[in-house]
Design a protein around this ligand. Structure first.
Ligand SMILES: Nc1ncnc2c1ncn2[C@@H]1O[C@H](COP(=O)(O)OP(=O)(O)O)[C@@H](O)[C@H]1O
Ligand SMILES: [Mg+2]
Ligand SMILES: [Zn+2]
Length: 293
């Protein structure tokens, strides 16, 4: 049996995995370096559950911010359900790939979009990727896209607190915080609380909670009908001690807007839902622009 290395009193001669002392390289990795992207405020749109309206909120928020004349990027990180291009009517477009960069799809003069959907051959091809591949893609979506100088980057995430949310929070500079979207039912609110706690664990501010699908606007008379209980989002915000940004009723026009690729905020009339969306976006923009605590 060979002698132990000098100064090494903890490991066997073979330095087997059981005996080997912890080396720096086997210690938990530190945070990865931040990607180089010129953006003042990154806003994450998160929820506990799917189908609660994250992508709808992301699209309308991006337009609300762009309408104020600011430069806005919209980054669709829902790798397994990238819906943003469809909601904007740009699902047939492809970003131009230049020598060292990807040109995002420009929706207006000051709103540019990148989505996994642009990289897929058709709308039914699934993405079968593990975490590390997503991390590489997110790094590229930040650092290798010609975003230009952005005032805001709105990030639409898949539901829950998985790789995508963690990776963007770690790789992106200037993450201003996250907005949590929920529907009113207890099961959705419970998961929304989880998402909010996750953001707090990352030492990021929760900018507020939006209660979507809160009651329904009757297509016949325009009155609001309370299909489910309402108020879950508001009480979640109170429990978390974060701003409640408002409630958006269910409105069939919102589904049509999404399916037809015409953002709701650009075309709604003076309906209860239209006013609610405007108010929520104003409240959210005010939170984003408020001094961070
Ligand atoms: N307030 C609303 N009223 C009616 N339909 C809505 C509303 N919010 C979202 N939707 C619709 O619900 C579906 C799911 O919304 P989406 O934004 O894709 O959710 P998520 O991104 O959280 O999965 C879409 O068809 C969308 O148009
Ligand atoms: Mg979505
Ligand atoms: Zn009615």
């Amino acid at each position: 049996m060979t002698a132990k290395k000098q100064n090494d009193t903890t490991s066997c001669a073979d330095n087997c995995s059981t005996c080997a002392p912890a080396q720096p390289q086997s210690a938990p990795k530190g945070l990865p370096p931040k990607a180089k992207v010129d953006v003042k405020n990154v806003i994450l749109v998160l929820s506990g559950k799917g189908g609660v309206g994250k992508s709808t909120v992301s699209v309308n928020l991006a337009f609300a911010l762009a309408n104020t004349g600011k430069k806005v990027g919209l980054l669709d990180l829902d790798f397994h359900g990238p819906n943003i291009p469809k909601m904007l009517g740009i699902e047939d477009q492809r970003p131009a790939v230049l020598a060292n960069a990807i040109e995002p799809v420009h929706v207006t003069g000051n709103l540019a979009v990148i989505s996994m959907a642009f990289l897929l051959p058709d709308t039914s091809t699934p993405v079968v990727w593990r975490g590390p591949m997503k991390m590489t893609a997110i790094q590229q979506f930040l650092a290798e896209v010609n975003w230009g100088a952005l005032d805001y980057l709105v990030v639409d995430l898949p539901p829950g607190t998985g790789d995508e949310a963690l990776t963007i929070a770690q790789l992106s500079p200037n993450v201003r915080g996250a907005v949590i979207v929920t529907t009113p039912q207890d099961v959705a609110v419970m998961d929304a609380m989880r998402a909010a706690k996750f953001i707090e664990k990352l030492d990021l501010p929760v900018l507020g909670v939006i209660e979507n699908m809160s009651g329904m606007v009757c297509p016949h008379c325009g009155d609001v009908i309370n299909l489910f209980s309402i108020g879950g989002g508001k009480s979640a915000a109170e429990d978390l001690g974060v701003p409640f940004l408002g409630a958006i009723p269910l409105d069939p026009a919102m589904v049509t807007a999404g399916d037809e690729g015409r953002p709701y905020i650009l075309r709604h009339s003076n309906t209860a839902t239209g006013k609610a969306v405007d108010l929520v976006m104003e409240n959210l923009a005010a939170q984003i622009d408020a001094d961070p605590k």
